[in-house]
Design a protein around this ligand. Structure first.
Ligand code: COA
Length: 183
Protein backbone atom coordinates (compact mmCIF):
# COMPACT_ATOMS: atom_id res chain seq x y z
CA UNK A 1 0.00 0.00 0.00
CA UNK A 2 1.79 3.12 -1.25
CA UNK A 3 0.95 6.30 0.55
CA UNK A 4 1.81 9.48 -1.31
CA UNK A 5 1.97 12.81 0.52
CA UNK A 6 1.55 15.90 -1.66
CA UNK A 7 0.24 19.43 -1.52
CA UNK A 8 -3.50 19.51 -2.03
CA UNK A 9 -5.01 20.74 -5.29
CA UNK A 10 -8.11 22.90 -5.51
CA UNK A 11 -9.82 19.87 -7.08
CA UNK A 12 -9.29 17.91 -3.82
CA UNK A 13 -11.87 20.09 -2.02
CA UNK A 14 -14.78 17.64 -2.11
CA UNK A 15 -12.57 14.69 -1.13
CA UNK A 16 -11.11 16.65 1.80
CA UNK A 17 -14.62 17.55 2.95
CA UNK A 18 -15.80 13.91 2.71
CA UNK A 19 -12.70 12.84 4.64
CA UNK A 20 -13.40 15.35 7.43
CA UNK A 21 -16.89 13.90 7.83
CA UNK A 22 -15.61 10.30 7.80
CA UNK A 23 -12.91 11.08 10.38
CA UNK A 24 -14.72 13.54 12.67
CA UNK A 25 -18.22 12.10 12.32
CA UNK A 26 -21.62 13.39 11.21
CA UNK A 27 -21.86 15.96 13.99
CA UNK A 28 -18.37 17.53 14.16
CA UNK A 29 -17.37 16.69 10.57
CA UNK A 30 -19.46 19.36 8.81
CA UNK A 31 -18.11 22.00 11.23
CA UNK A 32 -14.54 20.98 10.42
CA UNK A 33 -15.29 20.85 6.70
CA UNK A 34 -16.72 24.39 6.83
CA UNK A 35 -13.66 25.54 8.78
CA UNK A 36 -11.33 24.16 6.09
CA UNK A 37 -13.33 25.96 3.40
CA UNK A 38 -13.35 29.22 5.38
CA UNK A 39 -9.60 29.03 5.99
CA UNK A 40 -9.05 28.44 2.27
CA UNK A 41 -10.78 31.74 1.52
CA UNK A 42 -9.15 33.67 4.38
CA UNK A 43 -6.19 35.87 3.42
CA UNK A 44 -5.11 36.09 7.07
CA UNK A 45 -4.56 32.30 7.00
CA UNK A 46 -1.78 32.78 4.43
CA UNK A 47 0.82 31.50 4.10
CA UNK A 48 -0.81 28.11 4.53
CA UNK A 49 0.27 24.57 3.85
CA UNK A 50 -2.34 21.96 2.93
CA UNK A 51 -1.11 18.41 2.43
CA UNK A 52 -3.04 15.29 1.51
CA UNK A 53 -2.13 11.64 1.83
CA UNK A 54 -3.36 9.51 -1.06
CA UNK A 55 -3.60 5.80 -1.73
CA UNK A 56 -4.34 4.84 -5.35
CA UNK A 57 -5.21 8.49 -6.02
CA UNK A 58 -7.84 8.57 -3.24
CA UNK A 59 -7.47 11.14 -0.48
CA UNK A 60 -7.17 9.28 2.84
CA UNK A 61 -5.51 11.95 4.97
CA UNK A 62 -5.34 15.73 5.20
CA UNK A 63 -3.42 18.24 7.31
CA UNK A 64 -3.66 22.00 7.27
CA UNK A 65 -1.23 24.56 8.68
CA UNK A 66 -2.27 28.22 8.64
CA UNK A 67 -0.48 31.40 9.53
CA UNK A 68 -0.27 32.61 13.12
CA UNK A 69 0.99 35.94 14.37
CA UNK A 70 3.07 36.57 17.46
CA UNK A 71 3.44 40.24 18.24
CA UNK A 72 6.57 41.22 20.07
CA UNK A 73 8.61 44.35 20.46
CA UNK A 74 11.81 43.16 18.80
CA UNK A 75 12.45 40.84 15.90
CA UNK A 76 9.83 38.73 14.23
CA UNK A 77 8.79 35.13 14.70
CA UNK A 78 7.11 33.20 11.89
CA UNK A 79 4.48 30.83 13.24
CA UNK A 80 1.83 28.41 12.03
CA UNK A 81 -1.10 26.55 13.58
CA UNK A 82 -1.81 22.91 12.75
CA UNK A 83 -5.57 22.42 12.37
CA UNK A 84 -7.20 20.22 11.40
CA UNK A 85 -5.65 16.78 10.87
CA UNK A 86 -7.76 13.87 9.66
CA UNK A 87 -7.07 10.31 8.56
CA UNK A 88 -9.80 8.09 7.13
CA UNK A 89 -10.99 5.55 9.76
CA UNK A 90 -10.27 2.66 7.37
CA UNK A 91 -6.55 3.46 7.33
CA UNK A 92 -5.96 4.87 10.82
CA UNK A 93 -3.15 3.51 13.00
CA UNK A 94 -0.89 2.92 10.03
CA UNK A 95 1.30 5.96 10.52
CA UNK A 96 -0.40 8.21 7.96
CA UNK A 97 -1.20 10.93 10.49
CA UNK A 98 2.42 10.86 11.61
CA UNK A 99 3.68 11.08 8.03
CA UNK A 100 1.48 14.12 7.38
CA UNK A 101 2.76 15.87 10.51
CA UNK A 102 6.40 15.08 9.75
CA UNK A 103 6.21 16.10 6.10
CA UNK A 104 4.46 19.32 7.13
CA UNK A 105 7.19 20.10 9.64
CA UNK A 106 9.92 19.50 7.02
CA UNK A 107 8.21 21.88 4.58
CA UNK A 108 7.53 24.55 7.20
CA UNK A 109 11.16 24.41 8.30
CA UNK A 110 12.23 24.90 4.67
CA UNK A 111 9.84 27.89 4.53
CA UNK A 112 11.64 29.33 7.60
CA UNK A 113 8.72 28.98 9.99
CA UNK A 114 10.00 29.18 13.57
CA UNK A 115 7.12 27.81 15.66
CA UNK A 116 4.22 25.43 15.00
CA UNK A 117 1.27 25.29 17.39
CA UNK A 118 -1.48 22.72 17.82
CA UNK A 119 -4.45 22.19 20.11
CA UNK A 120 -4.93 18.44 20.33
CA UNK A 121 -4.25 15.15 22.03
CA UNK A 122 -1.06 15.50 24.11
CA UNK A 123 -0.28 11.77 23.98
CA UNK A 124 -0.43 11.88 20.18
CA UNK A 125 1.33 15.11 19.27
CA UNK A 126 4.17 14.75 21.78
CA UNK A 127 5.26 11.73 19.69
CA UNK A 128 6.04 14.16 16.89
CA UNK A 129 8.03 16.74 18.79
CA UNK A 130 5.31 18.96 20.27
CA UNK A 131 5.49 20.09 23.88
CA UNK A 132 3.24 22.11 26.19
CA UNK A 133 3.21 25.73 24.97
CA UNK A 134 1.88 27.64 27.96
CA UNK A 135 4.91 26.87 30.13
CA UNK A 136 7.07 28.41 27.39
CA UNK A 137 5.04 31.61 27.53
CA UNK A 138 2.74 31.16 24.55
CA UNK A 139 -0.94 31.72 25.25
CA UNK A 140 -3.57 30.23 22.95
CA UNK A 141 -5.89 32.59 21.04
CA UNK A 142 -8.60 31.73 23.60
CA UNK A 143 -8.03 30.61 27.19
CA UNK A 144 -7.71 26.83 27.47
CA UNK A 145 -9.35 25.34 30.58
CA UNK A 146 -6.71 24.48 33.17
CA UNK A 147 -7.53 20.76 33.10
CA UNK A 148 -6.74 20.69 29.35
CA UNK A 149 -3.81 23.10 29.39
CA UNK A 150 -1.39 20.43 28.11
CA UNK A 151 -3.46 20.16 24.89
CA UNK A 152 -2.06 23.51 23.72
CA UNK A 153 1.33 22.59 22.31
CA UNK A 154 4.20 24.02 20.33
CA UNK A 155 7.14 22.74 18.35
CA UNK A 156 10.12 25.03 17.83
CA UNK A 157 11.64 24.48 14.40
CA UNK A 158 14.57 26.67 15.42
CA UNK A 159 15.20 25.62 19.02
CA UNK A 160 16.53 29.04 20.00
CA UNK A 161 13.06 30.53 19.35
CA UNK A 162 11.33 28.54 22.08
CA UNK A 163 10.63 30.41 25.26
CA UNK A 164 12.06 33.72 24.09
CA UNK A 165 8.77 35.61 24.02
CA UNK A 166 5.78 35.91 26.32
CA UNK A 167 2.87 36.37 24.00
CA UNK A 168 -0.61 35.47 22.93
CA UNK A 169 -0.72 33.65 19.62
CA UNK A 170 -3.10 35.20 17.10
CA UNK A 171 -4.71 32.86 14.60
CA UNK A 172 -6.33 33.44 11.21
CA UNK A 173 -9.75 35.14 11.25
CA UNK A 174 -11.59 31.96 10.22
CA UNK A 175 -10.10 30.10 13.19
CA UNK A 176 -10.69 32.97 15.58
CA UNK A 177 -13.89 31.61 17.15
CA UNK A 178 -14.11 30.33 20.69
CA UNK A 179 -15.87 27.12 19.58
CA UNK A 180 -12.65 25.94 17.92
CA UNK A 181 -10.64 26.38 21.13
CA UNK A 182 -12.59 24.24 23.56
CA UNK A 183 -10.41 21.13 23.60
C1 COA B 1 -5.88 11.38 15.30
C2 COA B 1 -5.64 10.84 13.90
C3 COA B 1 -5.34 11.98 12.94
C4 COA B 1 -4.42 9.90 13.95
O1 COA B 1 -4.13 9.46 12.62
P1 COA B 1 -3.43 8.03 12.38
O2 COA B 1 -2.96 7.99 10.98
O3 COA B 1 -4.33 6.97 12.83
O4 COA B 1 -2.20 8.16 13.38
P2 COA B 1 -0.84 7.38 13.37
O5 COA B 1 -1.02 6.08 12.62
O6 COA B 1 0.23 8.32 12.96
O7 COA B 1 -0.64 7.08 14.89
C5 COA B 1 -1.40 6.07 15.49
C6 COA B 1 -1.06 6.01 16.96
O8 COA B 1 -1.57 7.18 17.58
C7 COA B 1 -2.43 6.79 18.61
N1 COA B 1 -3.54 7.72 18.73
C8 COA B 1 -4.55 7.92 17.84
N2 COA B 1 -5.43 8.82 18.33
C9 COA B 1 -4.94 9.18 19.55
C10 COA B 1 -5.42 10.02 20.56
N3 COA B 1 -6.56 10.66 20.44
N4 COA B 1 -4.67 10.17 21.69
C11 COA B 1 -3.52 9.48 21.84
N5 COA B 1 -3.03 8.64 20.92
C12 COA B 1 -3.75 8.48 19.79
C13 COA B 1 -2.94 5.42 18.23
O9 COA B 1 -3.38 4.71 19.36
C14 COA B 1 -1.70 4.81 17.61
O10 COA B 1 -0.86 4.34 18.62
P3 COA B 1 0.16 3.10 18.41
O11 COA B 1 1.13 3.55 17.36
O12 COA B 1 0.81 2.95 19.76
O13 COA B 1 -0.67 1.95 17.98
C15 COA B 1 -6.85 10.00 13.38
O14 COA B 1 -7.15 9.03 14.35
C16 COA B 1 -8.07 10.85 13.10
O15 COA B 1 -8.26 11.35 12.00
N6 COA B 1 -8.98 10.96 14.10
C17 COA B 1 -10.23 11.69 13.93
C18 COA B 1 -10.00 13.15 13.76
C19 COA B 1 -9.14 13.75 14.87
O16 COA B 1 -9.38 13.51 16.05
N7 COA B 1 -8.13 14.53 14.46
C20 COA B 1 -7.16 15.12 15.36
C21 COA B 1 -7.66 16.39 15.92
S1 COA B 1 -6.48 17.00 17.12
Amino acid sequence: MDVIIRESYESDGAAISDLAIAAFGESEGPVISALIEDLGADSTAEPMLSLVATIDNSVVGHILFTNAVIRQSSGSVAAAILAPLAVHPEVQNQGIGGQLIQEGIVRLKAARVDLVFVLGYPAYYTRYGFMPAAVLGYQAPYPIPKEHSDAWMVQALRPETAGTVEARVECANALDKQEYWQE
